[in-house]
Design a protein around this ligand. Sequence first.
Ligand code: PMP
Length: 308
Amino acid sequence: LYDRDGWLWHDGDWLPWREARTHLVTHTLHYGMGCFEGVRAYEGARGSHLFRVAEHTRRLLDSAHALDIPLSFSADTLIQAQRECLARNRLTNAYLKPTVFLGAEGLGLRAKGLTTHVMIAAWDLGDYLSPEAASVGIRALTSSWARHHVNISLCRAKTNGHYVNSMLALNTAVKAGFDEALMLDPEGYVAEASAANVFLVRDGVLHTPEVTSCLQGITRDSVIRLARDVLGLEVCERRITRDELYTADEAFVTGTAAEILPLRELDGRHVGARAGAPAVGEPIADDSVTASLQRLYRRVTRGELGDE
Ligand code: PMP
């Protein structure tokens, strides 16, 4: 990733990609106190555009505020910088990572006078998993690592340090031969995947965990709105147990990078078997709620369905 052409935005300046540097005592590198976003650009009917960039930028500013990191850039400036980042790098289907981090003025938890910095990097996004993942879906293992607790971290903030927990869970699941980790909250209720929200469908109703331990995903919000407003489904945000996922008619995970991925197997159980879902490894049915939401999400991300 180091050696490529392109431009990065750093505190209002444009840096050639290869020359972007930060000092080794950068505070955030040591303690993970920073926040970031993952934003996706799509090539649509009206050219390339950033999907729901205002919501992502708002979440970035909210994360910084919740972490008590002062930011001197406005949402408008950051949105403009993200748009320019896409154009300068001549990217169309891309992933952008605006990141807020603390400077190198001091090390230690009590360091004073730390400066705040913002950088925006963008790169071409290949497929998040394999190209078939969208139809074949993923196999997950419930993790022995609990997701965050509201009194241990700020679950609504997309904090760099939170991802140690995500990676512990994901790496364990991947080493055991699975695609994803399903993470439970500290009380044992379903929280989310390592970097994606979780949904289940049962008797035509969509259920997803309420936002306590899980991130308030922007894809989660898009899916809830598409399900309610376009498909006319009832959507329930509530506490969910893992056996509800085992016995669901359908389940899927959502995220900016993952989009909507069917969850086909959890802890060795074929999700949807009782409802007649195709075997694990086969594509999901075209008339499933998951496939309908995937089609709608594809249109909405390409700017073909009204507002972003
Ligand atoms: N949960 C976690 C922990 C994540 O990292 C992400 C990805 N940002 C999500 C959920 C999904 O959020 P979004 O739809 O906003 O990308």
